[in-house]
Design a protein around this ligand. Structure first.
Ligand code: G3D
Ligand code: MG
Length: 178
């Protein structure tokens, strides 16, 4: 029998790296899309089917997005609290957004010690303008034992795969924690 799970995830990273665009690409915003606005955030819902060790799961992601962008130390703690996983996003055309990821990791880890995190190097369609490459993102990911992907919210490259992978990691975490 399919098990149902509902899990909060959030996206962190500097302004304009593509957090909102990644959510839109994955969720396909619709007029009847249910969402809650609170603390300057929008919560989108998306269901996916996942399979782990022969067990089927219907996973409902509650994807929290910050409306506008603030500096990390100004974010309401409610944004991170209770998150079962997170994407930490940088923009391949801006090196500083990669350099700042470590700070975002600290912020998220300060509230969620164990929750799975995947690093995303977004705007990979603009690879000709890139200021860092896959190996640079991998170095950071390896340092923290995290997975990573190069994505494009524009073309959709690796967007769905990244969300499904985070979903699988959340299920593993959920099972391990039992
Ligand atoms: P944020 O939510 O992290 O602040 P947004 O970022 O999703 O608002 O994206 C910021 C800008 O980057 C937007 O452009 C958006 O269209 C663009 N963008 C996001 N992801 C990609 C991507 O993968 N490739 C390209 N080429 N552009 C992307 P505007 O012009 O609307 O500000
Ligand atoms: Mg945004």
């Amino acid at each position: 029998m399919t098990k149902k799970l509902m899990k909060k995830i959030c996206l962190l990273g500097d302004g304009a790296v593509g957090k909102t665009s990644l959510i839109r690409k994955f969720v396909f915003d619709r007029f009847d899309d249910k969402y809650i606005m609170t603390f300057g955030t929008k919560v989108s819902k998306k269901q996916v089917e996942l399979s782990r060790d022969g067990q089927e799961y219907m996973m409902t992601f509650l994807i929290w997005d910050i409306l506008g962008q603030r500096v990390h130390n100004n974010l309401h703690a409610a944004y991170y609290q209770g998150a079962s996983g997170a994407f930490l996003v940088c923009d391949v055309t801006r090196r500083d957004t990669l350099d700042n990821l470590e700070e975002w990791i600290d912020v998220f880890r300060g509230v969620n010690k164990e929750a799975p995190v995947i690093l995303l190097g977004n705007k990979f369609d603009l690879v000709d303008e890139a200021q860092f490459n896959t190996a640079d993102l991998k170095d950071l990911a390896d340092k923290f034992g995290m997975k990573y992907h190069m994505t494009s919210a524009k073309t959709g490259d690796h967007v769905e795969e990244s969300f499904l992978e985070l979903g699988n990691e959340i299920i593993d975490d959920h099972l391990g924690g039992k």
